[in-house]
Design a protein around this ligand. Structure first.
Ligand code: ADP
Length: 360
């Protein structure tokens, strides 16, 4: 057993997100062999939560298949960290906007469940609810009765802290605005509330900050997307043509401000009657989300059915990905979240080569 032989075993292992061998993407930085002990140094594009464990296992098994007596240690360095960010978001590695061309397509529901699904991978996750027309995250996380957690520092500055529910840190305009106030706010006031959220909240270290944008493609959305250095945007739609026209505008808006579109999620794709599980009704039409994704050459991340438990979860403050009685739906959504993570890694592959040592 020597380092050259071990390298030849590890080089063909595929990074699942890039679909390329570790040897070809420069991920296998060093192999050390001391007697029966093998130390493998990987350099992987962040976020790492799922992929680092998978590749640790794949490397260890490949070595054990040939050298059962070997003890294996896999050390991972993280690359693809952001180079620039707003000062208040300095500890945030990935900023994902969840957007929709129009209201009522389930954008906030998808943002809430994406945040929880990411937290379920072991990541530190925040959710910034900037939906000025109807901040619904406090309700979706059972925090409707909460206010903004804030304190004045010694030098008189106001510092805010996110609330927390189901492992997700949450800041919402709903915590700072009066109920029903949103409808009467005008541009500059909205901008002021938004600045409060972005500049004064202490998020700490986060792997992901999910950013629930207001629906539409107007000035507010444009300003918000430019205000924050986004890793990328996930666009939510329903399948029918009228919603798709808005998705096109949404994708065009992101392209205009050079924001990577991570992909399209189609919500309310079909309905399966609980008493007739063999039937599937396409109430809002079929295949529109996938078609619009292919039209703009962006990934189609998956579809979510219409299900009363999704609505009940939203109203009841319990995101459906946590529902033990609805694991099939949760798993389908976790697959969508894992596609989002893949796209985030691809987006980060082109950014800085700065590295940080991670202990598995
Ligand atoms: P948006 O943020 O796009 O305005 P919401 O996420 O607030 O939309 O969703 C609007 C309503 O539709 C909410 O009551 C929500 O619970 C419900 N809803 C969203 N997606 C689904 C779904 N797939 N099945 C059933 N109800 C849904």
């Amino acid at each position: 057993m020597n380092d050259v032989l071990i390298r030849s075993l590890l080089e063909p292992i595929i990074d699942p997100d890039f679909d390329r061998p570790l040897g070809a993407i420069g991920a296998l930085s060093k192999v050390e062999v001391e007697g029966d002990h093998v130390r493998v140094y990987l350099e992987l594009v962040q976020p790492l939560h799922t992929v680092a464990r998978r590749l640790d296992l794949a490397c260890t098994s490949a070595i054990h298949a040939n050298y059962p007596e070997a003890t294996v240690e896999v050390l991972v360095r993280e690359t693809g960290l952001p180079t620039k960010t707003a000062p208040a978001l300095a500890g945030v590695k990935n900023l994902i906007a969840v957007a929709s061309g129009k209201g009522g397509v389930g954008k906030s529901t998808m943002a809430a469940n994406l945040a929880v699904a990411l937290a379920q991978t072991g990541a530190h996750v925040g959710l910034l609810d900037a939906d000025v027309y109807g901040p619904s995250q406090p309700t979706m996380f059972g925090l409707a009765a909460e206010g903004m957690r804030a304190e004045k520092t010694d030098d008189g500055k106001l510092v805010g802290y996110p609330n927390e529910s189901f492992g997700v840190k949450i800041a919402s305009l709903g915590f700072v605005m009066q109920r029903d106030q949103a409808a009467i706010l005008r541009g500059p006031m909205l901008a002021g509330y938004f600045s409060t959220l972005v500049d004064q909240i202490q998020w700490g270290e986060l792997d992901y900050l999910v950013f629930d944008l207001p629906p539409g493609t107007g000035d507010i959305q444009l300003t918000l997307t430019q205000r924050i250095p986004l890793t990328g945007a996930v666009v939510i739609t329903t399948p029918q043509e009228i919603a798709l026209a808005d998705v096109r505008r949404s994708i065009q808006m992101f392209r205009k401000v050079n924001v990577n579109v991570l992909g399209v999620v189609e919500n309310m794709s079909y309905f399966i009657p609980p008493d007739m599980p063999e039937k599937r009704y396409h109430i809002f039409g079929k295949g529109g989300g996938a078609a619009v994704a292919s039209e703009y050459d962006v990934p189609f991340l998956g579809e979510v059915p219409i299900d009363v438990r999704i609505r009940e979860g939203g109203d009841g403050g319990f995101p459906f990905v946590l529902d033990a009685d609805r694991m099939d739906l949760g798993d389908a959504f976790r697959a969508i979240a894992s596609r989002v993570v893949s796209e985030v890694r691809k987006a980060n592959a082109s950014t800085s080569q700065q590295t940080v040592q991670i202990t598995l």
